[in-house]
Design a protein around this ligand. Structure first.
Ligand code: T1G
Length: 689
């Protein structure tokens, strides 16, 4: 294996290069190599200044996250960073692409820093449930001042070199060129000026505008329930209250505390899920078909959103609608989405001008598309008619996809002469914004077509998760179950507003009533009509009454909430309707605490998720976590329902189900997989490999 750290010289200049693809993570070998390189530099009488540079597309991507939770081999990063800082001769960091976490901490231990325009400079550790633990909480305030440092450390967001230079974090900005050469040029200049080492640890930090208590309260408001931001801010205040070495000790203590926390495990789980859940072992050696053009049938909210997502990815789109008016309406809807993307900086003017969208009423116009996605009204008859047309016009080898959110993809495929070319691609609304894509692999879908579905997901920068065929696939099936648990609590006495507030305190982006109002209460009503009564499932009579009253949610200005200028307002009329329903059922309402609501809601979610995994609809528990995290607003710092369940313990989940089952045995029956794993004291995570 090549040495990830090399040392060479050009005249009086030593160049230390880190080459550890893909992101120059500071794993053990790199740490070892850096110490050796700077020992060599210190001993190299011919070298008067050193340049540290990263090979490849960026400087340093930070500590090696895949080493977390395992015994860390020496030298540890804090020691490596301190070693670099105390080098007796000046050291320059030549930064390109990104310097993140431990990568920026290494740069801050160097004595001079240049950065290329466009470089990401940040300490994102809190997004992994930890804090900058290689001196970052002590050196960043000394370079950039407390206010800037607290903002960077608590948000985890990267900053641009221009801002960093104003703050004093960066000394020089270079617009373009080779990092090594730029580093050498800057080093020559510094040599000529007689530059000497400038240890950051010896500098004073500009005080903070607000005190530590104010910042701690701010963290609680901004990141309710999360520990990392509060610990990180507490550590950073050591930079103005403690001597440097003591500040480092406090940073270490708080870091180790977070390393042990379930939140850290959950956030690292989410980090790797984002990047790996679409990598399926059984599709690893399958070459996807080429995707150079996309066809779409249906220009409604979903169709125009999917068209937008494809065009944002640079794909030409042909969209078919039933009438010329509808086709023009779809064209305008996509154009509006694209203009919005330009405004949000998600699309350049040049790309906007080059956007290739054709709308038509002619199916023949689709014939040469590599992938065609049907996004029409959710009726099997309508879908079958569309697929008949597609079967007739599409070229051989085209992928025929349906965006249905629950209909039987096997049945749709069976209606064509090429079922092996049919797949489900379930986008989430708005399709050009939501990151999740359920790739529904039907019984006869070929591996090549499945691989093509994932390849399209990657092209569209989606987090694609494999699902088998069942009503609602992974996400909507589990949703309908935890929704029913919420309805059961409402019937028994909980207020819909209490449930929303409790689950938002649990960490959900939005409570289930607000989600229902956003999706439209007519959707919920249609689903209940379609499914009919289910054993043990409480029918929300109040929601049916609301539907009759035309309260369809946000789109009608009234649902569970009243939507005025001041955002969603609770409505006593809803509580009155619910009281009447309880009375009609002869139910005396009982009290629910936040804990009760969390436990029932999450237990219902985990139970149905275990069935989804047990039946093989989701191949791995992590697939369920990815769906809920990236499509259903599940709190990232809890890692998803399956990780949550592993943290709670499956025996506890099983016992809760038994307890709830005493009241409603038909609804609360634990999934066989929960029984099996609880019995053998095992975890869902063991099934991810
Ligand atoms: N460690 C290990 N693997 C990493 C990694 C890291 N730091 N960063 C990325 N990877 C893997 C990733 O999983 C993927 O591999 C491949 O690299 C490409 O990544 C003491 C303790 C750098 C902006 O938080 O933000 O330092 O999964 O697809 O889109 O204070 O990666 O496909 O096999 O994301 O071009 C702080 C995390 C660590 C940076 C590049 N550092 N990385 O984005 O590529 S904590 C971070 C990123 C720390 C110290 C503490 C991005 C990137 P695979 P990618 P990209």
């Amino acid at each position: 294996m090549t040495d990830p750290v090399t040392y060479d010289t050009e005249g009086k200049i030593a160049i230390v290069t880190v080459n550890n693809p893909p992101v120059n993570a500071l794993g053990f070998a790199v740490r070892r190599g850096l110490v050796d390189a700077f020992d060599r530099f210190d001993a190299d009488a011919s070298a008067e200044i050193a340049v540290l540079v990263g090979a490849g597309r960026l400087f340093l991507g930070g500590a090696d996250i895949s080493e977390f939770g395992k015994p860390m081999k020496d030298p540890q990063l804090p020691g490596v960073v301190n070693r670099i800082e105390r080098t007796a001769k000046p050291v320059v960091a030549a930064i390109h692409g990104a310097a993140l976490g431990g990568g920026l901490e290494v740069a801050m231990a160097c004595h001079y820093r240049l950065a290329f325009s466009g470089t990401k400079l940040g300490v994102p550790e809190v997004t992994l449930g930890i804090l900058p633990a290689a001196g970052g909480t002590q050196r960043l305030p000394r370079l950039a001042g407390m206010d800037a440092a607290l903002e960077m450390i608590s948000s985890g967001k990267p900053v641009a070199p221009e801002k960093a230079q104003v703050w004093g974090l960066i000394d020089r900005i270079v617009s373009e060129g080779d990092p090594r050469l730029a580093g050498i040029a800057y080093a020559e200049e510094l040599l000529a000026e007689g530059a000497t080492p400038r240890p950051t640890s010896a500098m004073e930090a500009a005080p903070a505008t607000s005190d530590a208590e104010t910042w701690d309260r701010l963290m609680q408001d901004r990141y309710p329930g999360q520990a990392a931001q509060r610990h990180a801010v507490q550590a950073a205040f050591g930079a103005v209250t403690l001597p440097f070495e003591d500040g480092l000790k406090e940073e270490r203590r708080l870091f180790l505390d977070l390393m042990e926390s379930p939140q850290r495990e959950a956030l690292v789980h989410a980090f790797f899920l984002e990047r790996r859940v679409s990598n399926l072992p059984d599709l690893k050696d399958i070459t996807p078909r080429e995707i150079a053009s996309v066809g779409i049938v249906g220009g409604g909210t979903m169709g125009s959103g999917i068209a937008t997502a494809c065009i944002l990815a640079g794909l030409p789109v042909t969209l078919v609608e039933t009438t010329v008016e509808a086709a023009e309406k779809a064209y305008l809807a996509v154009s509006k989405n694209l203009d919005g993307a330009v405004k949000r900086g998600k699309m350049s003017d040049a790309a906007r001008a080059a956007a290739d969208l054709t709308t038509t009423t002619e199916y023949e116009a689709l014939s040469e598309a590599d992938v065609v996605i049907e996004a029409v009204f959710e009726s099997m008859d309508v879908k079958r008619q569309v697929f008949d047309q597609l079967d007739r016009v599409m070229k051989d080898g085209a992928v025929l996809a349906t965006n249905t959110s629950y209909l039987d993809v096997n049945e749709i495929a069976a209606g064509t002469k090429r079922p092996e070319d049919v797949i489900g691609l379930h986008f989430f609304s708005p399709a050009h914004v939501m990151r999740l894509l359920e790739v529904v692999v039907a019984d006869r879908t070929s591996a090549e077509v499945a691989a093509t579905g994932f390849a399209l997901g990657k092209k569209l920068k989606k987090i694609a998760v494999r699902s088998g065929v069942c009503d609602g696939f992974i996400g909507n099936r589990i949703l309908s179950h935890y929704r029913s648990a919420a309805d059961e609590m409402i019937l028994q006495g909980a207020s819909p507003y209490q449930i929303d507030a409790a689950l938002e305190r649990f960490g959900f982006a939005m409570g289930p009533m607000k989600v229902a109002d956003l999706a439209g209460l007519d959707i919920g009503h249609m689903t209940r009509q379609r499914k009919g009564p289910q054993p043990g499932v409480v029918n929300p009579d109040w929601a049916d009454r609301m539907h009759e009253m035309g309260r369809l949610g946000r789109k009608s200005g009234r649902g569970f909430y009243i939507y005025g200028d001041d955002g969603p307002q609770e409505d006593p009329e809803i509580l009155k309707i619910i009281d009447e329903v309880r009375e009609a059922h002869g139910i005396t309402p009982k009290e629910f605490t936040d804990q009760d609501i969390w436990e029932r809601y999450m237990t219902a979610m985990v139970n149905e998720a275990a069935r989804v995994v047990g039946e093989g609809i989701a191949k791995r528990p992590q697939d369920v976590d990815a769906v809920l995290l990236f499509g259903y607003g599940f709190p990232r710092w809890r890692g998803g329902p399956m990780m949550y369940a592993d943290h709670v313990g499956l025996a506890t989940i099983r016992d809760r189900i038994a307890r709830y089952g005493e009241e409603n045995p038909e609804f609360w029956q634990s999934a066989p997989l929960i029984e099996e794993l609880a019995q053998s004291n095992r975890k869902f995570s063991e099934l991810n490999t």
